[in-house]
Ligand binder design. Structure first.
Ligand code: SAM
Length: 275
């Protein structure tokens, strides 16, 4: 008899308990006859089961080696299934795309391990992998944050960075009762759809990211004070104030500005500091 499996809290193992939610996630993830899927953290395979039905190829990346024999057995007849036993953050995604998705579009679909939600999303966006969509179930609070706009609750550096790379679409909320073990918070499913051509194009990405980091580092500070802390060695406070007041009040705060507005400020800063 197989040894009973004990779920590992440290690996974020809150498993879905019925087929209803996985079916709904699979239906919105963008998989179709021309679009394969990379699934992160298949767990026992409850979402994988839906994905192998609709995609020509499913590559599942699971860190927990104890789950590997179970998954291989469960999908031994699925010709379109491939399992990789690795940490997704250490995987060479470009190589996986080349080796496994030749000629196919690819999307990502996952009930993410919540302890590394942000690093995973950032890895998938920064790599410029041309995913059709990245559809993830994450903590509802994080989903709300990613889908928020300027002046709204939760709007922060991660919102701006993700929305620089992609459009965020909210799908549906998933209550904690749908998981085992039951987490303390509700979840939500969102799609992050990377732009083929980013609508906002800062002249210098490095400066733009410095502006974002600075603008949200201390929420109660005005933008001029926050940015002085970052660019103080290269720009006077007066010069920063001049740049900001070209389009905003002197007391504007970072959380009031859109991706495009922050990029505009970053372009003006770069123009001066590049010398
Ligand atoms: N997909 C399953 C479900 O919906 O029931 C499991 C989802 S569970 C929230 C997260 C899964 O990610 C677990 O199977 C866990 O072992 C796996 N995992 C955790 N950290 C990982 C990592 N760094 N790389 C790949 N998989 C990871």
């Amino acid at each position: 008899m197989e040894k009973a499996f004990t779920k590992k809290k440290a690996l974020g193992q809150n498993f879905l308990t019925s087929d209803n939610i996985p079916m709904r996630i699979a239906a919105v993830c963008g998989a179709d006859e021309n679009t394969g899927v990379i699934e992160i953290g298949p767990g026992m395979g409850i979402l994988t089961k839906q994905l192998v039905k609709i995609a020509p190829k499913v590559v599942a990346i699971e860190l927990d080696e104890e789950l590997i024999p179970h998954l291989n057995k469960r999908f031994e007849d699925a010709q379109n299934f491939k399992l990789i036993n690795n940490d997704v953050l250490k995987c060479d995604i470009k190589q996986i795309l080349e080796d496994e998705f030749d000629g196919l579009n690819c999307c990502v679909c996952a009930n993410l391990p919540y302890y590394i939600t942000t690093p995973i999303i950032m890895k998938l966006l920064e790599g410029d992998y041309r995913f059709k969509a990245i559809t993830v179930m994450i903590q509802k609070e994080v989903a709300d944050r990613l889908a928020s706009g300027p002046k709204e609750d939760g709007y922060g550096a991660i919102t701006v960075v993700v929305n620089y790379y992609a459009k965020v679409v909210k799908h549906f909320k998933v209550g904690a009762a749908n998981f085992s073990p039951r987490p303390k918070v509700d979840s939500a499913v969102i799609s992050i759809i990377p732009y083929e051509d980013k609508p906002v194009k800062p002249v210098c990405e490095k400066t733009f990211f410095e502006v974002i980091k600075g603008a949200f580092a201390t929420r109660r500070k005005t933008l001029v004070n926050s940015l002085s802390a970052v660019f103080g060695d290269r720009l006077t406070k007066e010069a920063l104030l001049d740049i900001i007041t070209e389009n905003h009040t002197p007391t504007v705060r970072g959380e009031e500005l859109s991706v495009a507005e922050l990029a505009k400020i970053s372009d003006r800063i770069y123009e001066i500091i590049k010398g």
